[in-house]
Design a protein around this ligand. Structure first.
Ligand code: CP
Length: 305
């Protein structure tokens, strides 16, 4: 069903397609842990990361290699002919001719959409500026669904930088369509952008607050994000709200027993390290889920599933 498809926005997926990806991802778990197979033997993935990444890039590369395929990559965009003035469009045309699928991360919102225009093969958005990060959303949804078996009526809080955090943009849209009740918790200057608010269903208006203490007891899922320092046009604005929220053991005393805490990572100081050792912490399992979910996506867009 996803064969040959570009993955640019979470809005590209129907609910049925999301659940089909979950089914394939579940089947991929043993292979993600090393069970041998050659499902994608002879296929090549190009990973073009123009912004830093640990999880997205390496989980895509692990996914491809675990499926028997090969990977083309660069350590630093300055090592490519972009530094000689080649355009992004020409770079994409070239990489498209050397590979079967392209994963791209870029600081410009819309870069993945542009790449998809110039590539014949599928293009997967691994984050475009403050835009979207759809495969992160799919692994976030997979993690939530594995914990609760449903999205309907779950109370899900998105905490942190909702203005610049692309993971929460894609996730808010998806969760709203899947029937969850949303809580947007952020410093006032980092609220959810108006264009995302417009996408959220009118019938289920999110709760909006700047104080996590007021809502922590309501939540089934708390999805924490880092303040995206690198996207602030003025660093003095960042300094005003740096360190303004933190999830620690005293906050969790007020939470439901089965609350799960998620984070796309990397974290800076917004989750205290002692939280890692509680049953609430899901973020490392969430990061691992990137491998089976991306194995599912690669095998589906390449038409072997
Ligand atoms: N979650 C995420 O996008 O992490 P990276 O920036 O390390 O890829």
């Amino acid at each position: 069903m996803l064969k040959g498809k570009d993955i640019v926005s979470i809005k590209d997926f129907s609910e049925k397609e999301i659940f089909e990806i979950f089914e394939v991802a579940k089947e991929m778990i043993p292979y993600a842990k090393g069970k041998e197979n050659d499902f994608l033997r002879g296929k090549i993935l190009a990973t073009l990361f123009f912004e830093p990444s640990t999880r997205t890039r390496f989980s895509f590369e692990t996914a491809m290699q675990r499926l028997g395929g090969g990977v083309l990559s660069f350590a630093d965009p300055k090592s490519t002919s972009l530094s000689k003035g080649e355009t992004l469009a020409d770079t994409i045309r070239m990489m498209d001719s050397y590979s079967d699928v392209i994963v791209i991360r870029h600081s410009y919102e819309g870069a993945a959409r542009l790449a998809a225009k110039f590539a014949e093969h599928p293009v997967i958005n691994a984050g475009d500026g403050a835009g979207q990060h759809p495969t992160q959303t799919l692994l976030d949804l997979f993690t939530i669904h594995n914990s609760f078996g449903t999205f309907k009526n779950l109370r899900i809080g998105l905490l942190g930088d909702l203005k610049y955090g692309r993971t929460v943009h894609s996730l808010a849209i998806a969760l709203s369509n899947l029937g969850s009740k949303l809580y947007f918790i952020s410093p006032k200057i980092l609220g959810m952008p108006e264009h995302i608010m417009r996408e959220i269903h009118e019938k289920e208006k999110p709760v909006v607050t700047d104080n996590i203490n007021d809502v922590i007891g309501d939540l089934d899922v708390l999805y924490v994000t880092r303040i995206q320092k690198e996207r602030f046009p003025d660093i003095t604005e960042y300094m005003k709200i740096a360190g303004s929220y933190r999830v620690d053991l005293s906050l969790l005393e007020k939470s439901k027993k089965d609350l799960i805490i998620m984070h796309p990572l990397p974290r800076v100081d917004e989750i205290a390290p002692e939280v890692d050792y509680t049953s609430h912490a899901k973020y490392f399992e969430q990061a691992f889920n990137g491998v089976p979910v991306r194995m599912a996506i690669l095998s589906m867009v390449l038409g072997v599933r």
